[in-house]
Design a protein around this ligand. Structure first.
Ligand code: PNS
Length: 180
């Protein structure tokens, strides 16, 4: 064995952990698609659900976390955690170096570009990786789901079943209206 091979041999195996951050109010099948793609590339994914008092949410942080946990209950390589403060600090606390995000269309680019470069400015060791969701979900986001559902439209196939059920509950309680 020459030196190079020997040194490669003794490097301990490290888990590849990625963080997938978002507001997830609520999670859609577009988000699920990105998580499933991520699980093919990484050993573990930590879904980081933003607790953001500045942004009005339809679902509480607890509900947003619980819905994602329920969808991936049989996936041991996925954890769901709420976070506040800087994303890069959350990423470091979870021993990760990669942030994954979905990129649907050119319109996403400017915001994502700014966020990725700001995060790199804050911590040059953290890299952001973008993935395109299936074309079936390229028009989809949480706001459009809430708007369509609140106006009586169908969101079947666009959100997981448990999310659809929760949306129905909110509608019954009169808590789901356009703009919320
Ligand atoms: O689902 P969203 O709203 O596109 O997610 C945005 C999110 C949560 C990824 C972003 O707002 C975030 O990372 N917030 C944490 C605060 C932070 O670290 N800001 C600096 C990077 S711009």
């Amino acid at each position: 064995m020459d030196n190079l091979v020997e040194s490669e041999y003794v490097v301990p195996w490290m888990e590849k952990i990625a963080v997938y951050p978002g507001f997830f109010d609520p999670i859609t099948n577009g988000h699920v698609d990105i998580i499933l793609r991520g699980l093919r590339l990484f050993d573990k994914i930590v879904v980081a659900v933003l607790k953001n008092p500045k942004k009005e949410a339809l679902f509480s942080t607890k509900d947003r976390v619980a819905m994602i946990q329920e969808i991936f209950a049989h996936q041991p390589d996925l954890k769901v955690k709420a976070f506040d403060g800087l994303l890069v600090e959350f990423v470091k606390r979870h021993n990760a170096k990669i942030v994954i995000r979905g990129l649907r269309a050119v319109s996403d680019f400017e915001y994502e570009f700014q966020m990725a470069l700001m995060n790199r400015q804050l911590d040059p060791d953290i890299e952001t990786l973008y993935m395109m969701p299936s074309v079936h979900y390229s028009f989809l986001n949480s706001s459009v789901v809430k708007e369509v559902f609140s106006l009586g439209g169908s969101v079947k196939g666009l959100v997981p079943e448990n999310v659809e059920k929760k949306l129905r509950e909110k509608l019954r309680q009169g808590r789901l209206s356009v703009g919320k």
